[in-house]
Each structure stands twice: as C-alpha cells, then as structure tokens.
Design a protein around this ligand. Structure first.
Ligand SMILES: [Fe+2]
Length: 362
C-alpha cells in the first residue's frame, strides 16, 4: 500500500512530542499538526485526513471530547483515531476505546510499534473501503441482472398473452386495461385496510404482470366459437369453459419443466384457472366459494367482467356506464367478492376513465 499520499493529523501540544512523532512519520506520510482541540476540528474541516493521533490532555479541552465530536460527524466518523497519552490506567484506556478510538498507546511509546500499528490501521481502513466498493459493485450487478431477467420474463409473458388474444377479435385490446383496473383495485383495497396481509408490493406486482395470461387457454378454442357473433349453444359454452383449465395446464407443464415452485407462476396459474369462479360457488371450473377463490383470481374476475361490459363484444353491444355499474354492484356477494365491489364502487369513475383512455391501446 502506498503511504505517501496518506495524511496523518497529530493532535498534541508538547513541542517535543510533536517533533518525535513528525520525525518518525514524515518520510512515509503527509503530516498535519494541531495543538488544540479546536484547531484539530478546524483542520479536519479543511483537509482530508486518513488517521488521527490524539493526545488526551490538550490546552483547551480533552481528547475524549474531540474524539466524541469526530465520531458524531457523518463525514469524519470513519477516520481511525489512536489515542497517544501518558494516562496509562485501564479506565482511561476503556474510556478512550469505548468512544470509538481504534487504539490506545501510552507514552513513552516504542517508535517501531507505533509505526506498525499506524500502518495496520490504515491498511484495515483501506481494505474495508475496497470491500464496501466491491459490495456496492456486486449489488449493482445483481440488481442489473435481476432487472434483465424480469424484463425478459415480462416480455415473454406479454408476447404469449398477445398472441393468444390476437385470435379473439374483440378482446385483443383489453390486456392493458385489465392490468390497470387490477392495480387500482389493489391500491383502493389497501387504502380501505382490506386484505393488507396478502396485498404486499410483490403480490400486486405478480398479479399485475401475470394478469394478461388469464385467457391464454383460448388458443385451444376453435375460431367459430371464439368469434361467434351470437350466444353460444350449451355445448359451445361447455367447450369455451375449457379455456381456464387448458391455460392452467399449459403454464403448469411449463412450470414443471422449468421450476417447481415459482411465486410468479403460482399466481399466474391461480388467475388462469380460477378467474371464472364466482363468490357464491356458481362459477367454473371447480365451483369454489368465497375466499377459497384466490384473491388474484377474484381481482381478475372484477377487472375482466367490467371490461367485457363496458366494451363491445362480437355477441353484444357495449353497455352504458349506469348499466355497467348496476350489474357490477348486483354481482356483489354472488359473482364478486363484496370487498372488491366496495373498492370498485369507491373508484368507479377511474375505471370508466381508464376504459375510455385505453380504448384503442393493445
Ligand atoms: Fe376467461
């Protein structure tokens, strides 16, 4: 380690002691001298100091209070302080070290030992600084890599969802809208202190990101059913209902190949499989009831139905806003989770704004 660019501040009032220390260290370090505590603090304001040799008995104050002031300053607290003093009882040593000094050397001192200790402490500071920088660099790298992986995943998910939706002539534009409705509902539920134990930032992010996959199973539904401009027959409806299980199977098979237990895929699977379940148990595919339906799927149900009502579909016209609100509220406790409908009702104007704003955005 190169020492010549390191600066040592000697805080000492005895001329003889100053000369001994300066003579000992001047060839290897830049030396600054302060004869009082006040002088020491103003020197520290003006110069970059790497280590401080601090006497305890000073003309204006004692070394302990100088040490305390240095350690309470964000800018100075990491500068190592070595007390050099003739006070040589154990209590003084304990007091000095407990204030954050890294060493306590009594006078008269052995010059080679003092030099070695100074060198050791400067090395420690340098290693700790390098380690901090290295950790910061590694954290940045991990953050960047994680962001890259997340972006790739999000793009893959969105591409899959868009490909699946492209065949469906009407609903091809609703991915962004349903994501926005879900986000608004989550925020409102948190504001109402509902489901706060589930609605963590991570959960909301996962639901938001995986929501576009909810109808991915529609790739298995024939065009003549998917785009039929009339009400489906009972048989066709049964085939249409298969899309939730078909989508779930696709993601589940992929999940088993890639990774068994991934929270993002688990939430995607919940949404895909259960987004047509109803609060009163009359939905499909499993007829789950109430809170047995995962919250992710209950959120999706509200967003999906709202979007279907407010927009035109091949089999129906768009409903007026009053009618949509009426149907959503009537669905509270039958089709939908009442707490979610309370949240919807509180922010329904925002729902209609999003529906309008994102009308033509895929
Ligand atoms: Fe669906």
């Amino acid at each position: 380690m190169e020492n010549n660019n390191k600066t040592i501040l000697i805080v000492e009032d005895e001329k003889l002691n100053i000369n001994v220390l300066a003579e000992l260290l001047k060839d290897e370090y830049k030396i600054i001298v302060a004869k009082t505590g006040k002088d020491a603090l103003s020197r520290l304001e003006l110069s970059k100091v790497d280590l401080i040799l601090l006497d305890i008995m000073l003309p204006d104050t004692d070394g302990y209070s100088v040490c305390r002031k240095i350690k309470s300053s964000d800018r100075l607290k990491d500068i190592p302080i070595i007390f050099i003093t003739s006070k040589n009882n154990v209590d003084d040593e304990i007091k000095g070290l407990s204030m954050g000094a890294i060493d306590y050397i009594t006078k008269p001192f052995s010059p080679p030992i003092l030099k070695t200790r100074i060198e050791t402490h400067l090395k420690l500071v340098e290693y700790s600084r390098r380690l901090k920088n290295q950790n910061k660099f590694l954290e940045m790298m991990v953050e960047k890599k994680t962001k890259d992986i997340t972006t790739t995943r999000d793009m893959a998910v969105y591409s899959m969802a868009m490909m699946a939706e492209q065949r469906d002539k009407d609903t091809g534009y609703h991915l962004k809208r349903t994501q926005s409705y879900i986000l608004m509902l989550c925020n409102q539920l948190r504001e109402n202190n509902k489901y706060t134990n589930i609605l963590t930032d991570d959960f909301i992010d996962r639901v938001y990101k995986s929501a576009p996959l909810h109808d991915i199973g529609k790739v298995s539904i024939p065009d003549k059913i998917l785009n039929k401009p009339a009400k489906l027959t009972e048989e066709e409806y049964e085939m249409m209902k298969d899309h939730s299980y078909a989508g779930y199977e696709t993601i589940n098979s992929a999940a088993q190949i890639i990774e068994q237990n991934n929270e993002f895929l688990n939430i995607a699977k919940e949404i895909i499989l259960y987004h047509h379940e109803k609060w009163d148990g009359s939905g499909y595919p499993e007829g789950l009831q109430g809170e047995n339906i995962p919250l992710s799927a209950r959120l999706m149900a509200v967003a999906d139905v709202f979007d279907a009502l407010i927009n035109k579909r091949v089999y129906k016209d768009a409903f007026p806003e009053e009618e949509v609100t009426k149907i959503m509220i009537e669905g509270s406790g039958t089709h939908f989770d009442p707490k979610l409908i309370d949240a919807f009702f509180a922010i329904k104007d925002h729902f209609f704004e999003i529906a309008e704003k994102l009308k033509l955005i895929r």
